[in-house]
Design a protein around this ligand. Structure first.
Ligand code: FAD
Length: 341
């Protein structure tokens, strides 16, 4: 069990900036995200696209903004836990919380900030006959251990970076690879597309474009073949003992909806003075919250994170007045930031 002041659910831009605001007030955080990289929508949905409305940064990409936020929180002693979903938040008798994750990790915190955006990103599922018999055994949505695919007849579905990266990575390790893509244009970087095409030209892999899977065949856990159909409806059966599906990630609100909070459709109602939800000690910032006039913009989430941090500090230290201090001049802030004398 990890003990901390605050658990932040979601490492998107608002969750990352929340760590900064809490750190300035001397509070320690642990941040958790279901995906394997920080940045939320910025890195998952538009890493290379420019953002023009971050104050004092005329332009930066989603990835650059994330890198800058990570740099900004470097002075603080926080913990980051990626690739695990926060599944439970349980209030204790003393008003603190035990937060549990899909990786069976537990955190004990005095407050929780939900910065879950539009939900946790999860792999888009494939739909075809026989899928249920193979998910998790011979059909996977991610690669945990590439060695599992050595010597296998592998079919990889998708046309983005993940699909092509694994085609290239596993080309020499698998017994045979077939790539199946529903279009003939790829979303992966040009270098990967070129590499994949040269592997196909060399006869090292087979590629079926404008095709989609219709059936996974074989006893449960023992895939023997996949059937695909092209646009004309012609079918092809491909021998296979493993399949990898990379249809991208889609956000799902997931367990947050079950934490007993007052919701407004898929968002959480908050008090705009503190950004506290209807549950004392649980706060919500960024795209996940709702209040009159809410705008789902990064700069709005940054403001919300600042006010939530002050409210949390006051909750944790109710007998002390929490003063606003300028980072420019405050010796305490300088000490926390590790700057100056
Ligand atoms: P998110 O970025 O959504 O991050 C939330 C994180 O929480 C995710 O990583 C998710 O995996 C995680 N999470 C959710 N639930 C759980 C759970 N139970 N356990 C663990 N982790 C969980 N905004 C602007 O201000 N300017 C722009 O120019 C702009 N351009 C955009 C362009 C595009 C194409 C898109 C899609 C959005 C754009 N936005 C822009 C919106 C902006 O990206 C969002 O407002 C911002 O990402 C919200 O940040 P967030 O931290 O609240 O949530």
């Amino acid at each position: 069990m990890i003990t901390t002041d605050v658990v932040v659910v979601g490492a998107g831009p608002c969750g990352l900036f929340q760590i900064f605001e809490l750190g300035l007030l001397g509070l320690k955080s642990e941040i958790i995200d279901s995906i394997r990289q920080p940045g939320g929508q910025c890195t998952e949905l538009y890493p290379d696209k420019p953002i023009y409305d971050i104050p004092a940064i005329p332009v930066c990409t989603g990835e650059e903004l994330t890198d800058l936020l990570l740099k900004q929180i470097e002075p603080f002693d926080y913990g980051m836990h990626l690739g695990q979903e926060v599944t439970t938040v349980e209030r204790q008798d003393d008003g603190s919380f035990i937060v549990g994750t899909s990786a069976d990790q537990q955190f004990h915190a005095k407050a929780v900030v939900i910065a879950g955006g539009v939900g946790s990103f999860q792999a888009r599922a494939v739909r075809a006959a026989g899928v249920e018999d193979h998910v998790g055994t011979s059909l996977h949505y991610s690669v945990k251990d590439p060695k599992v695919f050595a010597g296998k007849q592998l079919v990889i579905f998708g046309g983005g970076d993940s699909a092509l990266d694994w085609v290239i990575e596993l080309a020499d390790k698998a017994k045979h690879i077939t790539l199946v893509h529903r279009r003939d244009e790829y979303r992966a970087v040009d270098a990967s597309v070129s590499k994949m095409r040269s592997l196909a030209d060399e006869g090292k892999i087979d590629v079926f474009e404008n095709s989609k899977v219709t059936e996974f065949t074989g006893a449960p856990g023992e895939l023997t073949a996949v059937t695909i159909a092209n646009k004309e409806g012609e079918t092809t059966e491909i021998s296979a003992d493993c399949a990898l599906v990379f249809f991208g990630l889609a956000p799902k609100l997931g367990p947050i909806a079950e934490w007993g909070l007052d919701m407004n459709r898929k968002t959480i109602n908050v008090n705009t003075e503190t950004f506290e939800t209807t549950e004392p000690g649980i706060y919500a910032v960024g795209d996940i919250n709702h209040y009159p006039g809410k705008k789902k913009l990064i700069l709005c989430g940054f403001h919300e994170a600042a006010l939530a941090a002050f409210a949390i500090k006051q909750r944790i230290e109710p007998d002390k007045k929490v003063h606003v201090q300028y980072t420019t001049t405050s010796p305490i802030m300088h000490k926390r930031l590790g700057v100056g004398d």
